[in-house]
Design a protein around this ligand. Structure first.
Ligand code: NAD
Length: 434
């Protein structure tokens, strides 16, 4: 199959490279010329484990191409995927669909022969209808179908998730496009993931319902963690105790500084907006959003409390800035709110992240960035672990203690055992473990 991928970001580039690896011929398009120039030079513009090798091998085998020129890439394609960003619209939280609609219009003008337009971006219910209308208006004679195929990959494990998904959701309105989508995903059938064919609106809603549910699970355990601290219980044991119940499941039950990232914050807001628009409010999700917002600020207060109520003039070392490990993505990372509060209260923040420094630097200009995990700790009044990169899981705690001015660790990801840290004479504050 000839596939065109519009948008070569975290989703488009990974999906495009994986489709090429399945044997399809894929052209990845991006309007950002600098991104395409880097890809043409063999550089990967984002950090995603394994992506460099996957891209290089498929480029070498002439199955993966890059261009800024959308129109020629659309002509002759069996399927054109839209994988552009859908950030929150300022003001009302609705998904900003301007990139999707702009892509649809350009696709419409370039269409040539039967083509399936596949919406892989996360878009509110009904967007497929609108994409169809835009293409029809741009090109009244075009022969096409519009399909919804939301993406569920996780940054940091994106290739594995794409190649071995729990399910592939496909929202189709006709048999012709269903056959094309089944053919595109046929190479996955060795791994036997279910292809879930539903109607287009259902498919669009599945994506938002999934993300809102996961955000709810995280927020639930975070509130349970607060209660654990008050009653002398241990949230990690509570998570295990409930997660072993097959009806609950153990994933997304790790207490921490609140969810962030490029999807949950914007997708929960967009779902709320859809609920309001259709007079079917989602009150549980409304509460989740409010609780999570408050939590990010509460994490800075936790640090301040550990330092006897004031960080003014104090040096705080932060380990981990990306919204989760194994990515350089800083979108809506909890570190942003934590740094803003600490700096606002007069702290001098020093930080290290294995991959996110270049994305973080412009977002937190007051922070001093370092090249390794120990450098920011030197002379600091406290160490705060914000993102649980593997490299932070086995720090030399004797060395950490000797570098710190006052031996305080605030671990917002519970990556150490309480006794393990305390035996080094370090004051250890974690989440939900009294
Ligand atoms: P991204 O910002 O990393 O990439 C989007 C790319 O699209 C950018 O490189 C941008 O330059 C390009 N673009 C915008 N308009 C264009 C146009 N008209 N023509 C060509 N290129 C254009 O975004 P992302 O993280 O890959 O997310 C894309 C979509 O996938 C979003 O809707 C997101 O919600 C969804 N999604 C993301 C993830 C994730 O983990 N990042 C997971 C599942 C779903």
């Amino acid at each position: 199959m000839n596939i065109t991928m519009i948008g070569s970001g975290y989703v488009g580039l990974v999906s495009g490279a994986c489709f090429a690896d399945f044997g399809h011929v894929v052209t990845c398009v991006d309007s950002d010329a600098s991104k395409i120039e880097r890809l043409l030079r063999g550089e990967i513009p984002i950090y995603e484990p394994g992506l460099d090798d996957l891209v290089a091998s498929n480029v070498r085998q002439k199955r993966l191409f890059f261009t800024t020129d959308l129109a020629p890439a659309v002509k002759g394609a069996d399927a054109v995927f839209i994988a552009v960003g859908t950030p929150s619209r300022r003001g009302d939280g609705h998904a900003d669909l301007s990139y999707v609609f702009a892509a649809a219009e350009t696709i419409g003008k370039a269409l040539d022969g039967y083509t399936v337009i596949v919406d892989k971006s996360t878009v509110p219910v009904g967007t497929g209808d609108e994409v169809e209308r835009i293409i029809r208006e741009a090109n009244p004679n075009a022969d096409f179908s519009v399909v919804s195929n939301p993406e569920f990959l996780r940054e940091g494990a994106a290739i594995e998730d794409f190649k071995r998904p729990d399910r592939v959701v496909l929202g189709v309105e006709d048999e012709r496009s269903k056959a094309v989508m089944a053919e595109i995903y046929r190479p996955l059938s060795l791994n036997a993931p279910p292809l879930v064919f539903v109607n287009r609106r259902t498919s669009e809603l599945i994506k938002y319902a999934a993300n809102a549910f996961l955000a709810t699970k995280i927020t639930f355990i975070n509130e349970v963690a607060d209660l654990c601290e008050k009653v002398g219980a241990n949230v990690q044991d509570v998570s295990r105790g409930i997660g072993l119940d097959g009806r609950i499941g153990s994933k997304f039950l790790h207490a921490g500084p609140g969810y962030g990232g490029s999807c949950f914050p914007k997708d929960t807001l967009a779902l709320l907006k859809t609920g309001q628009d259709y007079s079917a409010p989602l009150r549980i999700v409304e509460t989740v959003v409010a609780v999570n917002d408050a939590r990010k600020r509460a994490m800075a207060r936790k640090v301040i409390a550990a330092l006897d109520g004031s960080v003014r003039g104090k040096k705080i070392a932060l380990l981990g800035l990306a919204f989760k490990p194994n990515t350089d993505d800083m979108r809506d990372a909890p570190s942003l709110a934590i740094v803003a509060s600490l700096v606002g209260d007069g702290a001098k923040v020093h930080a290290y992240d294995p991959e996110a420094t270049s994305q973080a630097r412009p977002l937190m200009p007051e922070v001093v960035f370092h090249e390794d995990a120990y450098a920011p700790i030197e002379g600091a009044d406290a160490l705060v672990i914000v993102t649980e990169w593997d490299a932070f899981r086995a720090l030399d705690l004797e060395k950490v203690k000797s570098l710190l001015k006052t031996p305080i660790i605030v671990d917002l990801r519970n990556i150490y055992g309480v006794d393990e840290v305390r035996k080094h004479g370090i004051t250890y504050v974690s989440v939900g473990r009294a």
